[in-house]
Design a protein around this ligand. Structure first.
Ligand SMILES: Nc1ncnc2c1ncn2[C@@H]1O[C@H](COP(=O)(O)OP(=O)(O)OP(=O)(O)O)[C@@H](O)[C@H]1O
Ligand SMILES: [Mg+2]
Length: 255
C-alpha cells in the first residue's frame, strides 16, 4: 500500500476560532477515507486545506511525493485533486451536459484561440469531451436528462451532477463534502455504489459525511475530529466501538 496524500500538523485559525489544530493524516492510494465528527469539528476546514481553498497557518501537505505548500486550488486540480462543496455550486441555467463540459476545461488539448476557428482539431477534441461528458452523466445515472437545465433537477440529482462535473477533471484524489446530505434512501444507496466504483477505477476518495450508514459501509479508514482536534482513527468497526467517539457524538448518530 502506498500513501497518496499526507498531512503533517495542519493548523488553521479564523480570528479567535481554532478550526483545525495540529491534524496529521495519511490517505492510502485507492482507498475510501472518511472524515467524520460533530458539527463544527473542522471537517470542511480540513477539506478546504487539502484542496487549496485555504492555506494552513502551519503544517505540511504532500500529494504523491509533491509538496502542496502555497499551491492554490486550481494548481492542485492540475495535479489531480478534485472536490465537491458542502453547498451546491452548479450553473443552474446551463444544461447538465454543459455543466459537465465546464469541468473539462483543465484537459482541453486545444489552445484557447482555436475556439474561434472551425479547426479539425477543435472538433475532434469537442466530440471527445462530449462523449466523455455523456459517459460521466451515465455514471451518475443522469444521461437521459443531459439536455435539461441543471436547475430543474431535484436536490439529490444536483449533488450527483456535481460529482460528474468534478470527475471531468479526471482526478486521482476526489474529495466530497457531505455528498449524502439531502439525499433519499435510494439515492444514498446509489451514491455508495458509485464511491465503491470510483475506488475500483483507481480514484482515491476522501469523504466528509454525517450519514453513518454510508460511512460505515464504504470507508476503508475512518478519521474522527472533534473541536478541531484529532480524536480517533481506525476501521469502521473500531470507530463505532470507541467510547471517545461515542461520547463526542453524545450518542447521536451512533445511538
Ligand atoms: N471561513 C470561516 N470564518 C470563520 N470561522 C470559520 C470559517 N470556516 C469555519 N469556521 C469555524 O471553524 C470551525 C470549524 O468549522 P467547519 O466548517 O470546518 O466544521 P465542520 O466539521 O465542517 O462542521 P459541519 O459538520 O457543521 O459542516 C467552526 O467553529 C466554524 O465556525
Ligand atoms: Mg462542514
Amino acid at each position: 500500500m502506498s500513501v497518496l496524500l499526507e498531512a503533517q500538523g495542519l493548523h488553521k485559525r479564523f480570528g479567535g476560532v481554532r478550526a483545525v489544530q495540529g491534524i496529521s493524516l495519511q490517505v492510502e492510494a485507492d482507498s475510501v477515507f472518511a472524515l467524520i465528527g460533530p458539527n463544527g469539528a473542522g471537517k470542511s476546514t480540513m477539506m478546504n486545506l487539502l484542496s487549496g481553498t485555504y492555506q494552513p497557518d502551519a503544517g505540511e501537505l504532500v500529494f504523491d511525493g509533491v509538496s502542496l505548500a502555497g499551491l492554490p486550488a486550481h494548481r492542485r486540480a492540475r495535479l489531480g485533486i478534485a472536490r465537491t462543496f458542502q453547498k451546491i455550486r452548479l450553473f443552474r441555467q446551463l444544461s447538465l451536459l454543459d455543466n459537465v463540459l465546464a469541468g473539462f476545461h483543465l484537459h482541453h488539448k486545444v489552445p484557447a484561440w482555436q475556439y474561434l476557428l472551425p479547426a479539425a482539431a477543435f472538433w475532434r477534441d469537442w466530440h471527445a469531451c462530449r462523449e466523455e461528458a455523456m459517459a460521466l452523466l451515465d455514471f451518475v445515472g443522469l444521461a437521459d436528462r443531459a439536455h435539461e437545465r441543471a436547475g430543474a433537477l431535484a436536490y439529490g440529482q444536483q449533488r450527483l451532477l456535481e460529482i460528474a462535473r468534478a470527475l471531468a477533471t479526471r482526478p486521482r484524489l476526489f474529495m466530497l463534502d457531505e455528498p449524502a446530505a439531502g439525499l433519499n434512501g435510494g439515492e444514498v444507496e446509489f451514491l455508495l455504489g458509485r464511491l465503491r466504483e470510483m475506488r475500483t477505477r483507481g480514484i482515491t476518495v476522501v469523504v466528509v459525511e454525517h450519514n453513518m450508514e454510508l460511512v460505515m459501509n464504504v470507508a476503508d479508514h475512518v478519521f474522527v475530529m472533534d473541536h478541531g482536534e484529532y480524536l480517533f482513527q481506525g476501521t469502521p468497526g473500531e470507530v463505532q466501538a470507541n467510547p471517545a467517539v461515542i461520547a463526542a457524538y453524545l450518542g447521536g448518530e451512533f445511538a
